[in-house]
Design a protein around this ligand. Structure first.
Ligand SMILES: Nc1nc2c(c(=O)[nH]1)N[C@H]1C(S)=C(S)[C@@H](COP(=O)(O)OP(=O)(O)OC[C@H]3O[C@@H](n4cnc5c(=O)[nH]c(N)nc54)[C@H](O)[C@@H]3O)O[C@H]1N2
Ligand SMILES: Nc1nc2c(c(=O)[nH]1)N[C@H]1C(S)=C(S)[C@@H](COP(=O)(O)OP(=O)(O)OC[C@H]3O[C@@H](n4cnc5c(=O)[nH]c(N)nc54)[C@H](O)[C@@H]3O)O[C@H]1N2
Ligand SMILES: [Mo]
Length: 664
């Protein structure tokens, strides 16, 4: 039996899937051929999802800790016992320390709008601490919105084949957004030139017509050099700018510093080619920039993204089919989020915790965090400064509840470890950050063991805590019906009945969708040109003690740490976590191909296998993806090396920031 579903993983493609179920077991996963973006194929990771779903290590029963914190020793208990014990402990903590000692820590293990966001309503009803979801998209969003106002929109991927000059700027699209590749191929067949700008030579560089292996953290300068040359040569669209832009003087002044020669030298790219490409980019009407989040993950990342995404406004590319830029398409989904997220339950004067500062927050002395609920996330592996996080999670006086599919490194620290359903076992509603289709998914199998949806757990806990607010007790279907009841014109084709039947519906973007043809979504409708020279910030540069820069782009076969425990996936990824080092650096530091090296940053030391290859730019170490610490040779997370320092905009993470040294 083949049943429709939707991929819940945190990826821009949000694929429509077909799941083959045999005798109640998931045996095969394929892309839905009828979905215009999925086009019938799944990615290398998700073909393996049946293995994950049926895995013998899936958590199937509620468990209570029996060993010391972090030992990962548990005993099976019933849901009744788990819920009774958790609720009495929470009541005690609320009485003694108040609601602002309770922190939900969650992210996008599932992108389902209900399973990821409805639990927030429970915490808002309690008056618990708010969590700032800053680990991933915060800097990019803040930067985009500083230019264009609220609601991130971009070129419709289905229009991208009309572009004639494409820059893939800091994005490994063939891996992290693989369903965009067919549109890129079509654009190229139609005559487009494709340039990839990335310090790491990867699948996307090999696919592109041209690759610039730029120095890490220098993108703002490069984008401003584009701006300078465009303004000097009069290639900007003065009519468009006059009507729709402001702050141009500030911007012009910031650009002035970045001559072609200085920029080429600073960014480590070829000056002649830089000049030619700027001309090609600026004089092609339908020029398109697809920009990734990687370059936002360092101190100056926000203003770098601002500078890059102002270029289509400068040239007026937004007015042409296939012209413009895309960071995310998520702003098109005007769902009615209020009740699902419990916005109406927000209490005044509640403190917000930046999730990148988890290590510091768990070490706080005044008004300390006493209860931590972790779901849809694996902070022991993915949060910056992992030794600080581990120290916090080890606190004997911290009460920790983890809802999970597997016994992750985070789960090892739980007091109660609860088995969660996955997206094949629960219903949910899905938006996307890479296309414009809203999707609905029903379960295709019964939950394994005693697995329960996150929403079920928080409903049951709400009952025991006597939280009477009716919306906390709504079913997923009631929540979804409410979520899609929106008056926004983009939602005009969506009714709950239609969505349940069709499973995916495109947002009503109208004919010839050009999101910024009439300016921005700021109150003054202007595109806000900046950054000013004072706002620009370039990275902490390598020093003799720490001569290399470490970046950690997504691994090709895992998604953050999800899938990282599958044997087959680990095998595809080389059996152990690896870092790529340039041959010149390898010679300088005595590193041979395949050797295990020690990597030290200002915050910690880890061991990893080195691969010697010029795929890494000289001076840069490229760590491929997030491995489970417990499957790494030294049992340490890569985030031993990253710090809690924040970016220039949006309070984002700086995973691309650390400077390091390697030793054999
Ligand atoms: N296969 C796979 N796909 C994924 C994920 C995964 O883990 N695996 N993760 C998902 C998630 S959560 C997200 S947020 C997105 C991530 O999406 P992105 O962050 O856009 O990730 P990538 O597409 O790998 O693009 C990042 C690229 O930026 C490059 N980069 C790093 N620093 C710089 C810099 O200073 N300048 C420039 N120009 N480039 C730089 C990296 O080398 C890398 O190739 O992908 C999603 N898709
Ligand atoms: N060094 C470094 N660190 C990084 C990054 C980097 O580039 N470099 N990238 C960062 C980025 S972009 C992101 S988005 C974060 C991602 O960090 P996380 O959002 O924590 O992502 P995952 O590591 O995939 O962990 C998600 C967990 O949720 C669980 N899960 C999935 N579905 C459900 C469900 O329905 N219910 C419950 N209860 N659990 C579920 C999965 O089993 C998995 O263990 O990591 C960040 N960390
Ligand atoms: Mo992410």
């Amino acid at each position: 039996m083949k049943l429709p579903s939707v991929c819940a993983l945190d990826c821009p493609d949000t694929c429509a899937l077909h799941i083959t179920v045999d005798n109640g077991r998931v045996v095969k996963l394929e892309g839905n051929p009828d979905h215009p973006i999925t086009r019938g194929f799944a990615c290398a990771k998700m073909y393996r999802y049946p293995e994950r779903h049926e895995h013998p290590d899936r958590l199937l029963y509620p468990q209570r800790r029996i060993g010391p914190k972090g030992s990962g020793k548990f005993e099976r208990i019933s849901w009744e016992t788990a819920l009774d014990e958790i609720s009495s402990r929470v009541q005690e903590i609320l009485k003694t320390h108040g609601p602002q000692s309770v922190l939900p820590y969650c992210y996008c293990g599932t992108m389902g709008v209900i399973e990821s966001q409805h639990p927030l309503a429970f915490f808002r009803a309690l008056g618990a601490l708010e969590l700032d979801w800053s680990i991933c998209a915060a800097t990019g969003s803040a930067a985009w919105e500083a230019n264009y106002g609220p609601f991130k929109l971009g070129v419709d991927p289905e229009e991208a084949s009309k572009s004639r000059f494409i820059i893939l700027w800091g994005i490994n699209a063939l891996r992290s957004n693989s369903h965009f590749a067919p549109w890129l191929k079509e654009a190229r067949q139609n005559g487009a030139h494709i340039l990839h700008i990335d310090p790491f030579r990867n699948e996307t560089s090999r696919f592109s017509d041209e690759h610039w292996q730029i120095r890490v953290g220098t993108d703002a300068a490069l984008a401003l050099a584009f701006g300078r040359e465009i303004l000097h040569q009069n290639w900007h669209d003065s009519a468009y700018l006059e009507q729709h832009a402001n702050n141009l003087d500030d911007y012009r002044q910031a650009c002035e510093l970045w001559t072609i020669e200085r920029t080429a030298d600073f960014c480590g790219i070829d000056a002649v080619r830089l000049r030619q490409v700027i001309q090609q980019y600026a004089t092609t009407r339908a020029s398109f920039i697809k920009v990734g989040y990687g370059l936002t993950r360092n101190e100056g990342g926000g203003n770098a993204l601002r500078a890059i995404t102002l270029l289509p406004a400068l040239t007026g590319a937004w007015q042409h089919a296939g012209g413009g830029a895309t960071l995310s398409t998520s702003g098109a989904f005007h769902l009615n989020h209020r009740l699902n997220r419990g916005e109406h339950l927000r209490q005044p004067n509640v403190r917000t915790v930046n999730m990148n500062l988890l290590a510091d927050e768990l070490a706080r002395q005044s008004q300390p965090i006493q209860a931590l609920f972790v779901f849809n996330s694996n902070p022991a592996a993915v949060a910056p400064d992992s030794s600080g996080v581990a120290k916090g999670l080890s606190r004997d006086d911290l009460f920790t509840v983890v809802l999970e599919h597997f016994q992750t490194d985070t789960a090892d620290y739980a007091d109660y470890l609860l088995p969660a359903t996955d997206f094949l076992e629960h219903p949910d509603l899905y938006t996307s950050y890479g296309h414009y289709y809203l999707q609905w998914s029903e379960p295709v199998v019964e939950p394994r063991g005693e697995c329960k949806p996150n929403t079920w757990f928080f409903r049951e806990l709400a009952k025991r805590l006597q939280l009477a607010e009716p919306t906390l007790h709504w079913t997923s279907h009631q929540l979804a019906e409410n979520l899609v009841s929106s008056q926004h014109p983009f939602m005009q084709d969506v009714t709950w009945e239609r969505l349940q039947k069709a499973r995916f519906i495109k947002m009503h973007l109208g004919e010839n969708f050009r999101p910024y043809i009439h300016g921005s979504h700021h109150a003054d409708k202007k595109i806000h040109f900046s950054p000013s020279p004072q706002q620009l910030h370039f990275e902490e540069q390598p020093t003799p003690e720490f001569p290399l820069r470490l970046i950690s782009p997504p691994g090709p076969f895992i998604l953050n740490t999800s899938m990282g425990n599958l044997e087959s996936i680990r095998k595809m990824a080389g059996n152990q976590p690896q870092v790529i080092i340039h041959p010149d650096d390898a010679t300088r530091y005595g590193v041979t191909d395949g050797a295990v090296v020690r990597i030290t940053s200002r915050t910690g030391t880890i061991s990893r296998q080195a691969i010697v290859s010029s795929d890494a730019r000289q001076g840069v170490l490229v760590a491929l993806g997030q491995w489970w610490p417990k499957f790494s040779p030294d049992k340490k997370s890569l985030n031993e090396l990253t710090s809690q320092r924040l970016t220039d905009l949006g309070g984002g993470s700086t995973f691309g920031n650390p400077v390091v040294r390697v030793e054999c």
